[in-house]
Design a protein around this ligand. Structure first.
Ligand SMILES: *Cc1c(COP(=O)(O)O)cnc(C)c1O
Length: 384
């Protein structure tokens, strides 16, 4: 197709760079620690696991009152464990929805036969605080509120601090899915009241996939006995077993946890939330500025955009065929993500993981190169 040589970007281990919402590009050192075997009940592994659990609450400044309960599986396992174990059978949850992960939480609660009421806004619109205030005022049977910090469907940053304060003012409990934000966007338990937050190993902490976890107030998890709707996702039982023996009830994803331990070391070495979030913010700015220069339009205005993943409108030029664009980028070592929106035809480019400003600049070069190859004129024509 093209007559010039194609530059192919690669990670430290020669793999394509993942410009996705996760799993993400990880460091070579994170992958390298996995080339061993450990016994799941052996002291070496138990110490590593203990160190992982002990330090995670520091990320939300909750080391005094919160504990970490890990849950084998992907992030959704942790969200389901949190919702089904912490909302009692007679509870009722106000689910704030502006994307797929809000819908998923509602589905989890429906299956678990927990009563819900949903407040849904469009994917490019954060929930309105006055509306939440009204809903809580008018329905005293609502016991819990659930929200997603960064709704990865669009990349929108929901006003988690303001929601938390409002929920506390009404004396209700607050549960957060912070999966794609945890470790990059600040969440401070000293300022934002919440009972629990769910996240996973393979997003902004830059570990490999396989472990979810819930950071939960100790008194909340200790009071959650008997709520669970399944054995494996019983957060209380899992927590109690750790209190008693320091061990998982069932086979842990050992290699994932050892890699997560190394990823956390690298996270702290980078300066924690400030350092990690700072690098992602720089990545995001380079990406957005560069794509705008080429004529692409973002779904979200700057004040709603989290530096995690960016949604771009599909260009109107008929020469732009997404599959060819995707393949061209893939050939150049960059994997992007299709859109998942109902409000607009779109695609997404992530800026998290072991990616640096130089990688984002190289990605922009690749985008420019692919557009030229496809015969798409830049800057892109404005949509009619
Ligand atoms: C990634 C993610 C999850 C979990 O997804 P899994 O595929 O189960 O790991 C949940 N919520 C949000 C907001 C996410 O970005």
């Amino acid at each position: 197709m093209s007559s010039h040589a194609i530059n192919r970007a690669e990670s430290e281990t020669g793999d394509p760079l993942l410009l996705t919402p996760g799993p993400l590009t990880t460091s070579k050192s994170v992958k390298a620690v996995m080339v061993h075997d450990w016994g799941s009940r052996d002291a070496t592994f138990l110490k590593i696991n203990e160190e992982v659990l002990a330090r995670l609450p520091e990320i939300i400044h909750g080391e005094e009152t919160y504990v970490t309960v890990p849950m084998q599986g992907s992030g959704t396992f942790a969200v389901e464990a949190m919702l089904t174990s912490l909302v009692p059978p007679d509870g009722k949850v106000l689910v704030l929805i502006n994307g797929a992960y809000g819908h998923r939480a509602k589905r989890i609660l429906d299956i678990a036969c927990r009563e819900t009421t949903a407040y849904e806004t469009a994917e490019d619109t954060p929930p309105d605080l006055t509306a939440i205030d009204e809903i809580l005022k008018n329905d005293p049977t609502i016991t819990h509120v659930f929200a997603v910090h960064c709704e990865t469907t669009s990349g929108i940053r929901n006003p988690i601090e303001a929601i938390g304060k409002l929920v506390a003012r009404h004396g209700r409990r607050f549960l957060i899915d912070a999966m794609s934000a945890f470790g990059a966007l600040p969440l401070d338990a000293r300022e934002t009241p919440f009972d629990a937050v769910a996240a996973s190993s393979n997003k902004c902490i830059e570990g490999v996939p396989g472990l979810g976890f819930v950071i939960v107030k100790r008194d909340v998890v200790s009071g959650a006995k008997g709520n669970a709707t399944t054995l494996v996702l019983d957060l209380h039982d899992q927590w109690q077993n750790f209190e008693k023996s320091g061990q998982f009830r069932f086979t842990p994803p050992i290699h994932v946890i050892v890699a997560f331990h190394q990823a956390l070391k690298e996270f702290w070495a980078e300066g924690g939330v400030q350092g990690r979030g700072g690098r992602y913010a720089e990545n995001g700015k380079i990406l957005i500025d560069g794509m705008r220069e080429l004529g692409f339009r973002t779904l979200l205005p700057a004040d709603l955009q989290a530096p995690i993943i960016v949604t771009f409108h599909m260009p109107s030029d008929p020469a732009f065929v997404f599959q060819k664009f995707y393949d061209g980028l893939s050939e150049r070592g960059f994997l992007i993500y299709p859109g998942k929106l109902t409000v607009a035809d779109s695609f997404r480019i992530g800026c998290i993981g072991r990616l640096y400003p130089k990688d984002m600049r190289a990605a922009l070069e690749a985008v420019r190169d692919v557009l030229t190859t496809l015969g798409v004129a830049t800057p892109l024509r404005k949509a009619a």
